[in-house]
Design a protein around this ligand. Structure first.
Ligand SMILES: Cc1ncc(C[n+]2csc(CCOP(=O)(O)OP(=O)(O)O)c2C)c(N)n1
Ligand code: SF4
Length: 351
């Protein structure tokens, strides 16, 4: 992967977060993506969110597969841990890392090709295991890195740059996550930082699997008339069904929002995500209705965005597997290894 280091020069007047760090401290290498690629706007939103949340750079783990989108992890938080896995296999690597150290923040960045084709099985199981991570799909409807073939998220009738038409039905990651029991499901647009930043913050705070499907146009292979993942199409067919705002625990002032217009959802750590309802019938805690609503809007060619579903009661991977509250990588070897007698007892359970 090509990597160009950014010069670290910070103007003394740059704002600092609670740790005394500027946004520059959360940047990564220089992007080598095409100018105007939606993925770079997602990078900027991630930098903004982790700076705002005052996460220590070394407490973040960045994971990805292969694709232009998966290169994103090189462009933020150079002080964090990072792992580019094999194409589509990021959830397995995430499962191992999360099992070994539950005390870090995990953010996976993947593409629609990486997630919905070669990595579809891995993606599905990460959702149903409710792995404690934020999983961002940079969804452009094509394989950008391998020169613009249709991906599994391309809509029927959408046209490729050279004019050929896609005839296969798309896989919608949001509908997929709703059916698989996803506990935090959102959709946004790379060109809407105001919506995306609070969603990233809430996703990082959520205990369990937080999915954000970000429509992120590929300006080189899929930003033309006939594409349903182009900037112009998304801008025209974009519907923010809930306006999300993130409130960190220290600044929890909800009284300023007019009663009846906002729904405040408590996160496990005491912070809240505030949803201002734009559509009065929409309730993001009702999975069945969210599914039906999304389907009806999709039939009209509309992308519903915002926090589409949240279930704060769903047990996460650690709760279900009863894993140690002390991260495994901090347990002494004697506690990790059952010894030969302990192993015999375990095996006897299966005889
Ligand atoms: C096992 C394997 N199969 C195929 C490839 C080729 N390949 C690299 S990236 C990619 C698709 C990337 O598309 P997507 O995930 O949508 O990301 P984008 O580049 O559009 O951001 C493919 C098929 C590969 N690297 N490894
Ligand atoms: S090919 Fe498309 S997805 Fe890849 S960097 Fe260029 S604009 Fe972005």
């Amino acid at each position: 992967m090509s990597f160009i280091a950014k010069p670290k020069v910070a103007h003394p007047s740059l704002p600092r977060n609670a740790l005394g760090l500027t946004r520059r401290d959360y940047e990564g290498g220089m992007s080598t993506l095409c100018a105007g690629c939606g993925h770079d706007s997602v990078t900027a939103a991630i930098v903004e969110a982790i700076w705002e949340m005052s996460i220590r750079p070394e407490q973040l783990v960045k994971l990805s597969g292969i694709g232009c989108s998966s290169k994103t992890t090189a462009y933020f938080d150079s002080g964090g841990h990072g792992f580019n896995s094999v194409h589509g296999r990021m959830p397995s690597i995430a499962t191992g890392a999360i099992s070994a150290n539950r005390d870090l923040h995990y953010v996976g960045v993947s593409g629609d090709g990486d997630t919905l084709s070669i990595g579809f099985g891995q993606f599905a199981h990460a959702i149903r295991r409710n792995l404690n991570m934020l999983y961002i799909i940079e969804n452009n409807g094509v394989y950008g890195l391998t020169k613009g073939q249709f991906s599994a998220s391309a809509d029927i009738g959408t046209k490729a740059k050279r004019g050929e038409e896609n005839r296969q039905p798309p896989v919608d990651p949001v509908l997929t996550a709703l059916t698989l029991g996803g506990s935090f499901i959102a959709r946004s647009f790379s060109g809407d930082k105001e919506q995306l930043v609070p969603l990233i913050m809430a996703g990082l705070r959520h205990r369990g699997f937080a999915l954000i499907d970000v429509l992120s146009p590929c300006v080189t292979f899929n930003d033309h008339q006939g594409s349903t993942k182009s900037y112009s199409f998304i801008r025209e067919n974009y519907d923010a069904v809930v306006h999300a705002d993130f409130i960190a625990p220290a600044q929890e002032i909800t009284a300023s929002y007019a009663a009846g217009e906002a729904m405040s959802v408590a996160m496990h750590d005491g912070s809240r995500i505030l949803l201002r309802k734009l559509d009065p019938s929409y309730d993001p805690t009702d999975r069945t209705r969210a599914y039906a609503y999304l389907r009806s809007r999709l039939a009209q060619g509309e992308y519903v965005t915002g926090l589409i579903h949240i279930d704060e009661s769903s047990p996460d991977f650690h709760e279900v597997s009863g894993s140690s509250t002390t991260p495994m990588n901090q347990l002494p070897y004697a506690r990790l290894s059952p010894g030969s007698e302990g192993l015999k007892k375990i095996l006897n359970r299966y005889r």
